[in-house]
Design a protein around this ligand. Sequence first.
Ligand code: GLP
Length: 242
Amino acid sequence: MTISNFSTIEELNATVAAILIEAVRHNPKTVLGLSTGNSPIGVYELLIQDHIQNGTSYKYVTTFNLDEYEGLDGSSEQSYRFFMDKYLFNHLDIDKSNTHIPSGMGDLEAGCRTYDEKIKNAGGIDIQLIGIGTNGHIAFNEPGTPFNSRTHIAELSEETIMANSKNFLSMKDIPKRAVTMGIQSIMEAKQIVMVAFGKNKAKAIQEMIDGPITAKLPASILQQHPVFSVYLDTEAASSLGN
Ligand code: GLP
């Protein structure tokens, strides 16, 4: 594991965006694992800027997103499909049919079974961009999720529902379940890049890096990933070494 701290989020975003851009320029058929939430938005802005200014092409890139809420499709502004189109895909030359997001609609179990298969058929994820929840969840793998889990239906914890409630008009609109890549699915990515900033991430980051590997903190398993790098701002890094 490598840990990098930045005094500004701008520097952090620029460093992470450069890793992704370099990968795509080196291998135009890169398979990217992508995530939603606040954390990756600045990185996505830089990918778009680079695409416009330098012409980096995503024509042959394939993407797999980590998760999606139950009951929301791409027409819903709160869906992760809507988010990805809005913040990234609509602004690149990517072929939308190569952008994969777990389906929150229809037969969820069947969708789960085929998602890992699709990743495998694409040759596996080259680089997975990931965030972390305040309780140490990754994607929607909440505390207690087995490390050997694959894409599955997840019950969201109260903490996660609260943290994500800012994106919904009222509490009753927030889905209580989601479809998420499992921890094993994530661990199979060849490289994992985590972005975390802000004081509210400090405790989860400290436990992920310095604490024991335990299902109580799903992100702690990332300690065992051979190519895992963590990019933090000063606040997210503020509890390290304590
Ligand atoms: C959600 C997503 C996670 C994300 C987390 C943190 O729960 N399922 O993939 O990492 O939120 O989001 P943010 O970056 O907004 O703090």
